[in-house]
Design a protein around this ligand. Sequence first.
Ligand code: CTP
Ligand code: MG
Length: 178
Amino acid sequence: MVVETLVVAMWAMLPAYVPNNVAVLAGGGRPIDGGREWNGRRILGDGKTWRGTAFGTAAGIALAFVLNQLQPLLSGTVTVPTFPPAAAVSLAFGAMAGDILASFLKRRTGRERGASFPGVDQLDFVVVSLSLTAVVATGWFLSVFTLPVIVAVLLVTPLLHVSTNVGAYALGLKNEPW
Ligand code: CTP
Ligand code: MG
């Protein structure tokens, strides 16, 4: 059923959706690249900080454990998965790593901090969080992320990403609406 597929997709992705938003709120302080450049451009830029990455990752992992407590309450309506620790970590950290990788690619292609990179901005964290999860929690990944669930994630994530970023921009939390 389409609704069930969507619910499972969103539930399973929540620990990967939250880190980047928490990083926006918690960011600041020392940049991961320490201000260093490569070929005249910053390696990552001031928008990727240790604090944002640590808080974002921790928030995603914590959310997975909260969802594990809520999961039994939902059974009977839709069967949503619980998150084994390895999957909680890979979804949350993978989302942050994907965003960091995107900044690396932005800098290499001459895009300054805050520049948009259509396509990459919307799906970077999905690709890396799911790939990492497929490696570190393979059995869980294969049982949860069936082909319809993956299709749902790839269709819905860009819409969610655009709307949350426009919202964060409107609230003055983010400098750009992407
Ligand atoms: N942020 C952070 N650490 C991260 C990711 C984000 O501290 N790992 C914070 C930064 O304050 C950043 C803000 O969240 O400015 C918005 O994130 P994002 O849009 O990903 O960064 P940009 O500043 O736009 O930089 P870039 O062009 O490198 O994406
Ligand atoms: Mg940005």
